[in-house]
Design a protein around this ligand. Structure first.
Ligand SMILES: C[S@@+](CC[C@H](N)C(=O)[O-])C[C@H]1O[C@@H](n2cnc3c(N)ncnc32)[C@H](O)[C@@H]1O
Length: 352
């Protein structure tokens, strides 16, 4: 059965061209507004472009995003939308759960990377979703989508990739019908600043421990004990190196704007005042729904980062480091304060 996506043409002022014919056969089924065809994709690198398949293999989190969407939609209690526009959809981590949650909706799934969208296109067909979801390659910062054409706009981890998110929020508000809602899942400065502080403390402590001389014991039993101790010492050295790299990577999300900042993938951990200012300038009101349950958030996030980005599984993280993480989770903030310094939140913009 052939599935038409004529509904999507109505959302654009210019024709949508199939990139399979106009750029590369691998991109068949992915469309772009005419002016976007063949353009250089600025602000993203090989991770989202040439290496899209590796990204897909490593970061599938459909169930995770389903849980996040359930949480937020339960809070927002939205009327069922007819037209949804998603920005930065990638290979569809949040797109597929959203199509499931709103079975009558049509969803324009946009991203700057045709490579990731080609994967989404591959996933849509076998699920019978190709008629109501169209992968569109376009820069979220360009105003291709017609004014007041969407009931709902959303994005999973897109705003913090943009150099000027305020321009994007203004453009998202333009696309929304009056009174419509846009929501975005994003990292927040409150939590990230604390996480950075924790990482710096762990890094200093790991460096102090690794500067101790290796243990040498004369007897056979002593050598065995010393061997085990010194292996831990190597682990501490490796941990210190990874923590240092992690701190270098996170710091520009909190202290933004330094050299090379605009070329990074992750650019922002958002301060609340910035979100409010973007909303005000775009004629909207902002609110933030904190994500996750705030049970041990800093330990959970750091263990995730150590495993995912540095290959250190939780079982290999030394006890002294876990104890420091727990101190941040349990002794620095009250349970209510932990909510205020959530690491991630769903930022909701309501168009006035
Ligand atoms: C962290 S990924 C998230 C992808 C997807 N939402 C997910 O959760 O798996 C960020 C996405 O933003 C896209 N992106 C970055 N800059 C963009 C821009 N200017 N316009 C549109 N998409 C952009 C990237 O190509 C990438 O797919």
């Amino acid at each position: 059965m052939s599935e038409t996506t004529d509904w999507a043409d109505l959302l654009f002022d210019q024709p949508l061209l199939d990139l399979g014919e106009h750029e590369k056969p691998d991109f068949a089924g992915v469309v772009s507004p005419r002016d976007e065809v063949g353009t250089t994709r600025h602000g993203v690198n090989a991770v989202f472009l040439e290496d899209a398949e590796a990204y897909y293999a490593k970061y599938q989190g459909f169930n995770y995003w389903r849980d996040m969407l359930d949480l937020v939609l339960a809070e927002l209690k939205l009327p069922a939308p007819e037209v949804i526009v998603e920005y930065g959809c990638g290979f569809g981590n949040a797109t597929l759960p959203m199509l499931d949650l709103f079975p009558a909706a049509r969803l324009l799934a946009s991203d700057i990377s045709p490579n990731l969208l080609a994967i989404l296109h591959r996933l849509l067909g076998p699920r019978g979703l190709a008629g109501r979801c169209l992968p569109v390659a376009m820069d979220a910062l360009k105003p291709y989508v017609r004014e007041a054409s969407a009931d709902l706009v959303f994005g999973a981890a897109i705003l913090h990739h943009l150099t000027r998110p305020e321009d994007f929020v203004a453009s998202a508000m333009r696309v929304l019908k009056p009174g419509g809602i846009a929501f975005f899942f994003e990292p927040l400065e409150g939590g990230y600043a604390v996480l950075l502080h924790l990482i710096e403390e762990l890094r200093r402590e790991a460096a102090r421990r690794r500067s101790l001389p290796p243990l040498r014991l004369p007897t056979r039993l002593g050598k065995r004990i010393a061997g085990r101790f010194n292996r831990q010492f190597d682990t501490t050295q490796h941990l210190a190196d990874c923590l240092e790299r992690q701190a270098v990577d996170l710091r520009p999300m909190v202290f933004r704007g330094g050299p090379g900042w605009a070329e990074r993938d992750d650019k922002w951990a958002f301060p609340r005042s910035k979100l409010d200012a973007m909303a005000r300038a775009a004629g909207a009101d902002a609110r933030v729904i904190p994500l996750h349950d705030q049970q041990g958030p800093f330990r959970r996030q750091l263990l995730y980062m150590l495993e995912t980005y540095h290959g250190i599984p939780p079982a290999r993280v030394p006890g002294w480091a876990l104890a420091v993480m727990d101190r941040y989770d349990q002794e620095v903030f009250s349970p209510e304060g932990l909510v205020d310094v959530a690491l991630e939140g769903c930022v909701v913009f309501q168009k006035r």
